[in-house]
Design a protein around this ligand. Structure first.
Ligand SMILES: [Zn+2]
Ligand SMILES: [Zn+2]
Length: 349
């Protein structure tokens, strides 16, 4: 670990049957407070899925030891990274029916590994074999900023659409299929769904893209990897992106710099919203709305919850700013009359 980093971040999950979730929640909260660990744990009867951060190596290691012991998981796999800023402001446990949202609760992967390829094996297949299909199981806006060479983009917005997509492709049931996601957990369920439908030659990338890039930066994965915290995306060296922001109008990765005509804030807008009247000149949905109503009037910047986390991590005080909600997977498109419309799904042109 390098000296420049102030925070040690780890992502980990496990499918395992859990009972008495309130007691587990309490134990995790107590330990996190004791060690001053921040982060998020999704807890369900099917297991846990978490990313946590600590500011010292000692509490970071103590937290991981605690997780191994508490969940009786001595071989627990942790994906570690570093950040100069804390990705989290607090520690939170959320109890959910699914620990990764797929829309198919109750499908529980077996304990242990099910058709996993290590990053090394994954690379070997990509470089030496040709008779396979590789599919990105993530959402369209994640695919857009980076993916594996030659990977297909199902263009899905919800994971429940994934099995239908595969069937619609007419891929033979015995075709070798390689699937991947950000951290591996989504594929644990994806592979079960596919096996259930008779695809018996499916493999998933162990630990996902993050694990792959840790071992093989600048190799078969091209671009950056979208992550679900204030970093937005990480580059090939798993460092927070310096290129992408989150478009305040639609939530997809954005790179076009603008200065808001209402509040003068600097913001990054995506290539779709830059074509949309009022969105193209504003830093938020609210500023777009206000600019349209009162074109000459200036106003205060509004922030989304995501930005509050980021500002707090940077030591700024966001408490005076009003907040708005942003839907992260909605997409703005132009209808034939040239008006902006919010749609829930984006299709390939
Ligand atoms: Zn946008
Ligand atoms: Zn603004």
């Amino acid at each position: 670990m390098t000296d420049a980093s102030n925070y040690y971040v780890t992502a980990y999950y496990r499918f395992t049957k859990l009972a008495d979730l309130p007691a587990i929640q309490k134990a995790l909260e107590d330990k996190a407070e004791e060690l001053n660990v921040k982060g998020l744990v999704i807890l369900g009867e099917e297991g846990f899925n978490s990313t946590c951060a600590a500011s010292s190596v000692e509490s970071f290691e103590a937290w991981k030891s605690f997780i191994r012991e508490f969940f009786n998981s001595p071989d627990q796999f942790f994906k570690d990274s570093e950040s100069e800023k804390s990705p989290f402001r607090r520690f939170k446990v959320k109890v959910r029916s699914e620990i990764v949202t797929t829309g198919i609760p109750g499908v529980m992967p077996p304990e242990g590994v099910n058709h996993h390829l290590t990053p090394t094996e994954w690379n070997r297949v990509m470089k030496e074999e040709s008779d396979y299909v590789m599919i990105d199981t993530r959402n369209w806006y994640e695919y857009k900023i980076g993916t594996f060479k030659g990977a297909l983009n199902p263009n899905i917005e919800k994971f429940t659409e994934f099995p239908q997509y595969i069937e619609a492709q007419g891929i033979p049931k015995d075709k070798k299929m390689l699937i991947f996601c950000t951290g591996g957990i989504r594929c644990e369920k994806g592979i079960l769904e596919l096996q259930d439908k008779g695809y018996n030659n499916v493999f998933q990338l162990d630990g996902g893209i993050l694990n792959y890039m840790k071992e093989y930066p600048n190799d078969q994965f091209e671009g950056e990897c979208f992550v679900f915290d204030h970093r937005v995306a990480v580059d090939q060296n798993l460092k927070p992106t310096t290129k992408f922001g989150l478009c305040p109008h639609c939530g997809q990765p954005s790179t076009i710099k603008i200065e808001c005509k209402r509040c003068d804030a600097h913001e990054l807008i995506c290539e779709d919203c830059i074509k949309v009247e009022y969105a193209k000149d504003t830093c938020s949905k609210n500023c777009a709305y206000q600019l349209e109503k009162h074109p000459a009037r200036k106003g205060k910047k509004q922030v989304v919850p995501f930005e509050i986390e980021k500002m707090a991590a940077e030591g700024k005080d966001p408490s005076e700013l009003p907040t708005i909600r942003v839907t992260r997977t909605k997409y703005i498109s132009m209808n034939p009359r040239g008006e902006a419309e919010t749609v829930s799904e984006k299709k390939n042109p």
